[in-house]
Design a protein around this ligand. Structure first.
Ligand code: FAD
Ligand code: FES
Length: 347
């Protein structure tokens, strides 16, 4: 398979092995590889985690976001690149080690989509629903990349609903002050067009382990956790043997919007225990707050103090520092095996 000039498709070969895949003109090396079903190392697809780095062994690539923080300036100087921020300019050869465990369980695809509804959940926090042709196929906990009109680069948002035949993709999004993507998203009119690419992500619900499920989210990390909790409580077989506990932290009471979902979904109400916490004593309404106070990793530690922590599956989502603190607490502090901790850091 060589360059198909008409279709703008180039062949990317992984050095030292038989693997090669086609990469379309709008694809990065990472999205091209994942579309072909190859387990290229990755996590965020947003230039933040650095897990998709590779060395170029032949050919040329275009770096589409030079400021991406996932690579240090030193690594860049040495010629290292991020597969999620590199587009091939012709056929090329790359050096990296694929991991079959990271092959996408559902092949990601790009599709046009339209905003069909938006509802505010809390100040600066809204649920957006998009409609796209065909069924919406994804696993609970996965995310999609949205190309928003007039915004440079794609933004990752995790689905909050469940896979469905209607082509409906829902996301809970927190508005970031000064953020280009969320600024655009929160101003979009119903009917506005975007491009939706997905599903991506490895922090999806594992249904067959037999272990109880602990979901922990901070701020905008709520979206995938709602999807995971919704899927778990909808599964009668899973509920027979497994308990579901959700922890959710925000700065103040205004940031916490789990109540909406728990009120709307009877099964969440009866089958998923929910602990919410605020971390900022100066936030509006904090003086009257009677629930947990502190950072969410502290609350997890307190609530699970007498539990058999190494024997649960953990799903973590939210800002990178929160996820790092939790991974440290679980792995080092509580001896939870790495394979039982699934997370997405929001860069
Ligand atoms: C796996 C994952 C899942 C996420 N899920 C959610 C979710 O469900 N809900 C939610 O509220 N947030 C989520 N986020 C965060 C979200 O993707 C955005 O970072 C956040 O909304 C802020 O975007 P912004 O454009 O407003 O801010 P900005 O500060 O303008 O941009 C923030 C991010 O956008 C990307 N970016 C910026 N400029 C460029 C560029 N030129 N080229 C390429 N990329 C660029 C970078 O990742 C950057 O960190 C998720 C992030 C990740 C990695
Ligand atoms: S997957 Fe490329 S930096 Fe995270």
């Amino acid at each position: 398979m060589g360059t198909d000039i008409k279709a703008g498709i180039h062949t990317v070969t992984i050095a030292g092995g038989p693997l090669a895949f086609p990469c379309g003109k709008d694809d990065t090396i990472l999205s091209g590889g994942l579309r072909a079903g190859i387990g290229l190392p990755h996590e965020c697809l947003s230039g933040g985690c650095g897990k998709c780095y590779f060395d170029l062994a032949g050919g040329a690539v275009e770096d589409i976001w030079l400021e991406a923080k996932g690579l240090s300036p030193r690594a860049r100087e040495r010629g290292r690149r991020l597969a999620c921020q590199s587009r091939p300019l012709g056929d090329c050869t790359i050096k990296l080690r694929p991991d079959p465990a990271l092959a996408p369980p559902i092949r990601p695809a790009r599709r046009p989509a339209r905003l069909v509804s938006r509802r505010m959940l809390a100040p600066g926090m809204a649920e957006f629903a998009f409609a796209a042709e065909g069924a919406a196929r994804f696993l609970p906990g996965q995310f999609a990349l949205l190309q928003l009109p007039g915004v440079a680069g794609r933004r990752a948002y995790s689905m909050s609903n469940l896979a469905n035949e209607d082509g409906r993709w829902e996301f809970v999004v927190r508005r970031v002050p000064g953020g280009a993507g969320t600024g655009r998203l929160f101003e979009m009119e119903e009917g506005a067009a975007v491009e939706l690419d997905g599903p991506y992500g490895n922090a999806y619900l594992r249904t067959d382990t037999g272990r109880d499920i602990i979901c922990i989210a901070g701020g905008s990390g709520l979206s995938p956790i709602i999807s995971i909790a919704r899927a778990a409580v909808a599964d009668d077989e899973l509920l027979e043997h497994r308990r579901i506990t959700v922890f959710y932290g925000g700065r103040g009471p205004d940031d916490l919007c789990t109540t909406t979902f728990w009120q709307e979904n009877r099964r969440l109400h009866t089958h998923a225990e929910c602990h919410v916490a605020i971390s900022d004593p100066t936030a509006a309404g904090a003086a009257d707050w009677t629930g947990h106070r502190g950072f969410i990793h502290e609350i997890v530690q307190k609530v699970l103090a007498s539990a058999d922590m190494p024997n649960f599956d953990y799903y973590l989502c939210g800002p990178a520092p929160m996820v790092e603190a939790l991974v440290e607490l679980l792995e080092t502090g509580a001896s939870v095996p790495r394979g039982q901790i699934h997370y997405d850091s929001f860069f």
